[in-house]
Design a protein around this ligand. Structure first.
Ligand code: HEC
Length: 123
């Protein structure tokens, strides 16, 4: 029945397949075991930050902060100050898009601060 699928559909499906292949390629490169959901360590104080992370960041930084397209964030607090982390999330940098009100406008200043407060505890 595949030959009844309109041409436009095939293009879209091919793009999808490429995306999926690309993502597995990247995780393959990082040499990580397949990500297990729900294993992100968490302190109840940062439950909302973790929720925001899951909603916005896992595609590039991994669901356990292990990295992928973006760098590993497991010990980002040892490398960057809270302010620097907030700035990266707010403005973006390199291939990372900015999430702040004057960028994509996906996160509020308060949400960015919550994320930065949490990530800066990861040493
Ligand atoms: C489209 C992929 C992508 C998404 C989505 C993304 N990032 Fe990034 N992130 C990157 C890349 C790539 C870098 C490295 C930037 C550079 O080299 O300048 C980076 C860098 C960072 C850094 C600095 C790490 C370091 O060691 O320098 C932090 C912190 C960070 N991201 C947090 C986040 C958070 C929090 C989110 C979700 C709100 C997020 N990122 C979403 C791709 C992404």
């Amino acid at each position: 029945m595949w030959y009844f699928v309109p041409k436009e559909h095939w293009k879209r499906m091919a793009t999808c397949a490429l995306l999926v292949a690309g993502i597995s390629f990247y995780s393959g490169c990082a040499g990580q075991a397949p990500a297990k959901p729900g294993t992100l360590q968490t302190d109840p104080r940062f439950a909302n930050a973790v929720r925001l992370y899951r909603a916005n960041c896992v595609a590039c930084h991994g669901d356990r902060l292990q990295g992928g397209v973006g760098p590993n964030l497991e010990h980002v607090g040892a490398r960057l100050t809270e302010a620097a982390i907030a700035r990266q999330i707010d403005k973006g940098g390199g291939p990372m898009p900015g999430y702040g009100p004057d960028q994509q406008g996906i996160l509020t200043r308060a949400e960015i601060d919550e994320l930065a407060a949490w990530l800066s505890t990861l040493r």
